[in-house]
Design a protein around this ligand. Structure first.
Ligand code: B12
Length: 212
């Protein structure tokens, strides 16, 4: 099956067609990760359309809902593709203060869990204090993941890293950050350790911290 159809139907917000195509792709044995990629391409394009003022916030919202439903459909595949059932480590993840984008974060969580990580999900709009408390309460968690999709929320990322430092916990954890506008430069400027372009990169980094 041509998975680009999923991208196109998502861009056109053709809800029923996109679900039918995803269902058929699953039946045909497509990999969850490939279906996910075709959705991510669609979401990125919807974001570009919003930037060009060809789409509204309501369109992004609707696309987000469709994407959430697709994620529910492919979650079992993604978990199977991770393939590791033994717990190998623990991570704490949240979307930083001021930002409510959660789809990227949730894909990362599915990928980490599928690869044997226990994940504490702090949700969205997470304050620096909440990150700090979670680290205090989960001393075995070596990985912190911050999701940030708004450039205006980069300061929250930096503030969270500072709060972790001030709490004397910075040496206990490695901090990875991801989200559409994030780059290596952002990592340096906010004091994080690693920029993960996608969930697979995040899993790879988390495994490396646990020596796997
Ligand atoms: C859907 C969407 C929304 C939805 C969110 C729904 C939801 N439940 O998440 C809604 C409608 C709520 C929304 C609101 C807004 N949005 Co919006 N949104 C998007 C859109 C189109 C898609 C985001 C998405 O879900 N992608 C799908 C997933 C799966 O994302 P992904 O990037 O592929 O995820 C991977 C990586 O990023 C990475 N990753 C992500 N997080 C993490 C974390 C870790 C730890 C790791 C390791 C990896 C990692 O791994 C993921 C999986 O592989 C983007 C466009 C874009 N290019 O991203 C704009 C976008 C992010 N939004 C934007 C804007 C401006 C807004 C609003 C300010 C609009 C407004 N005027 O109200 C508000 C802000 C609300 C807020 N306070 O947060 C801008 C941000 C511009 C900027 N640079 O600051 C974008 C880029 C659109 C654009 N091109 O202008 N949005």
């Amino acid at each position: 099956m041509d998975l680009q159809k999923i991208t196109h139907y998502l861009i056109d917000l053709e809800e029923e067609k996109v679900y039918e195509t995803v269902d058929q792709a699953i039946k045909d044995g497509a990999a969850g990760n490939e279906i996910l990629k075709s959705c991510q391409a669609g979401m990125a394009e919807i974001g570009e359309m919003y930037k060009r003022e060809e789409a509204f916030v309501a369109d992004m919202m609707f696309a987000g809902e469709i994407m959430r439903n697709i994620m529910n459909k492919i979650q079992p595949l993604l978990e199977k593709e991770g393939g590791n059932r033994e717990t190998i480590g623990k991570a704490i993840i949240g979307t930083v203060k001021g930002d409510i984008h959660d789809l990227g974060k949730d894909v990362v969580i599915i990928a980490l869990e599928g690869n044997g990580f226990q994940v504490i999900d702090l949700g969205v709009d997470v304050t620096p204090e909440t990150f700090v408390d979670a680290i205090r309460n989960n001393k075995d968690a070596k990985i912190i993941g911050m999701s940030v999709f708004l450039t205006s929320a980069f300061t929250s990322t930096a503030k969270t890293v500072t709060a972790i430092k001030e709490a004397g916990l910075r040496n206990q954890v490695k901090i990875m950050v991801g989200g559409a506008p994030v780059t290596d430069v952002v990592v340096k400027e906010t004091g994080c350790d690693y920029f993960a372009e996608n969930a697979a990169a995040g899993v790879h980094y988390a495994r490396s911290i646990y020596g796997i």
